[in-house]
Design a protein around this ligand. Structure first.
Ligand code: NA7
Length: 550
């Protein structure tokens, strides 16, 4: 224990000493687990508090049918430890949630993390005590804990939102939100099931539920541009090749915009002939993963005319796959171009609508009026269901922060500070909130990334900061207002040239189920992971410019 921590422990004579740590990490998902490992190596007294009763974060909560990677499995695992890489084989190119949750548990076991994690602990409030230079945490069950550094590892998509529809509590059948799925198996056999929501989650869930359901009704508000996942098992030969090529795989990820193996095509869509463009689109459509979104012509997501070419291609694909032409038109987005919202990857999604036991309800034409005890009432029909599945998404990126009452210097609430959208420095720190570090926080490249790749960068940067501070007996770090203003302006400038800023989505801060989430503001960082990493490294190399260290 450092001198500072020992002094603090000595100072606390109120019986709370055993709940004081130099660092507390909130959340035992991948970022919390890795941060724990690194801070423990540094010799800090550190504890993780986790709301669930197991590790895994996103993969712990999102147990809905069909949940699986859109990242290639073999690009997703932690890269920092050869032993972790050597001891784990992914079974599929895009593994399903149960396997990923097993992976999270494997990491926790291998690194012996559980001894420093307290489960079933949801943080209700965190307040900065200026005199003590410490954070005081209150848990929902009344327990308290204190720490010098508070590190949030609470995830960008971890605050599920229910739709604001009258009568949601009235339904007498089974009802589940995808992000809070039960741990026990759920059967759809012979049942009349409704799914509300057709984002990346809804698309996966609908495709899986349709395999065994009695009758399925999909309530769609905004169709999305879905592209084929092309998943498959990993055979023994490929497995050996993957293990032998990890250095190259991670190097390729490191150099691409979103840390996927897909890097943008250096050509512009309108520079090539129609035939060449069509052939490129077709090749990407037939290839696995996010290539069609991230490995496509470089101007598709910034130039309207270029975007129109892929949008037209994808329109033809939907028409070709859906038998009923009128139904196909309902599944084709009309208010945004391809790739300007998160692209759901699918494995037979469009064909689901060719099944005789599946019906699509376009709620723009016939809005849902209320949830009834028996089902759902729209403006033109009453539907009876045995089960309603809410695939209605999350209060993204800032929602998990808002669900904790966070108070900084001078009694300032984080929620108030961010009322018009987040303001941060590097997506890792916030002026007025000393010693609070926000892994995968808003304005951070990690929210727009093959996430473990960016988690490693975030965690290693925070660990280096801690090392720097300990070596100099510094105990307080806070972003300056000027640095925060500059970074926040840079985040907005970088996003402004992207077409995705024109679409309503969780990335642009719109959620009609959450009061106040109506203003379009970019929630992540669109400058790309390599540029983000370079900036963070330069800040560190310069002695942490933009931070007041005392
Ligand atoms: P999303 O992408 O936010 O999707 C939520 C879906 O729920 C979307 O289709 C919404 O329609 C729909 N929704 C929300 N409220 C309503 C109401 N009241 N009525 C009808 N439909 C509604 O969340 P996901 O969980 O799919 O994905 C989030 C991310 O998690 C995903 O990108 C992955 O990276 C992991 P809307 O589009 O708002 O019209």
């Amino acid at each position: 224990m450092s001198v500072v921590a020992a002094a603090e422990r000595q100072r606390r004579t109120d019986g709370q000493a055993d709940t004081y740590y130099e660092a507390i990490i909130i959340g035992a998902g991948l970022s919390g687990m890795y941060q724990l490992h690194r801070l423990r190596e540094l010799g800090l007294s550190v504890r993780v508090f986790e709301a669930g009763d197991g590790v895994g974060g996103t993969w712990y909560w999102n147990r809905y049918p069909g949940a699986r990677f859109d990242s290639e499995s073999w690009t997703y695992g932690f890269s920092f430890s050869q032993a972790l890489l050597d001891g784990w084989d992914w079974s599929e190119h895009f593994s399903a949630q149960p396997e990923t949750l097993r992976y999270c548990n494997y990491v926790a076991d291998k690194l012996d993390l559980r001894r420093d994690i307290t489960f079933d602990s949801r943080v209700a409030a965190a307040a900065y005590d200026e005199d003590a230079n410490a954070w005081e945490l209150a848990f929902t069950d009344g327990r308290r804990a204190r720490c010098r550094f508070l590190i949030t590892a609470i995830g960008p998509l971890s605050a599920p939102t229910m739709p604001v529809i009258p009568g949601v509590g009235d339904f007498r059948g089974e009802a589940y939100h995808t992000g809070l799925w039960p741990h026990e198996p759920v059967s759809f056999d012979g049942k009349r099931v409704a799914v509300i929501g057709t984002g990346a989650t809804g698309v996966q869930a609908i495709t899986e539920i349709a395999k065994t359901v009695g009758h399925l009704t999909v309530f769609q508000r905004t169709p999305n541009w879905c592209a084929p996942l092309h998943n498959g098992p990993i055979d023994a030969k490929t497995q050996a090749e993957i293990h032998a090529s990890y250095p190259e795989i991670f190097e390729q990820c490191r150099n691409s915009f979103g840390c996927f193996i897909h890097a943008a095509d250096p050509r512009n869509a309108l520079e090539v002939s129609d035939e060449e463009r069509e052939a490129t689109f077709q090749k990407l459509y037939d290839a696995p993963g996010f290539g069609i979104w991230m490995g496509n012509f470089r101007d598709l997501l910034i130039d309207e005319d270029a975007n129109a070419t892929i949008t037209e291609f994808m329109t033809r694909k939907i028409r070709a796959r859906v038998n009923d032409p009128a139904l196909a038109e309902k599944l084709i987005p009309t208010n945004h171009g391809f790739g300007t919202r998160r692209v759901p990857l699918e494995s037979g999604y469009y064909e689901v609508f060719n099944q005789p036991n599946v019906r699509l309800v376009d709620v723009r034409e016939t809005p849902i009026e209320r949830i009834t005890p028996a089902g759902i009432k729209t403006s033109d029909a009453d539907f009876d269901f045995d089960m309603i599945v809410y695939a209605t998404g999350f209060d993204a990126i800032t929602g998990a922060f808002d669900r904790i009452d966070i108070t900084g210097r001078g009694g300032r609430k984080l929620k108030d500070k961010w009322v018009d959208g987040p303001r941060t420095y590097l997506g890792l720190q916030i002026a007025g909130f000393p010693n609070l570090l926000t892994l995968v926080g808003p304005h951070n490249a990690a929210t727009f990334c093959n996430i473990p790749r960016c988690i490693e960068q975030n965690v290693e940067w925070v660990t280096d900061l801690m090392r720097h501070m300990r070596a100099r007996d510094l105990t307080r770090v806070e972003a300056t207002v000027a640095a925060e203003d500059t970074w926040t302006a840079h985040v907005h400038e970088t996003a402004a040239r992207m077409l995705l800023m024109k679409a309503d989505s969780w990335m642009t801060g719109i959620n009609r189920n959450v009061p106040g989430r109506r203003t379009r503001t970019f929630m992540a960082y669109a400058g790309g992971a390599p540029k983000y990493r370079e900036t963070c490294d330069a800040v560190a190399a310069d002695g942490y410019t933009g931070f007041a260290l005392t």
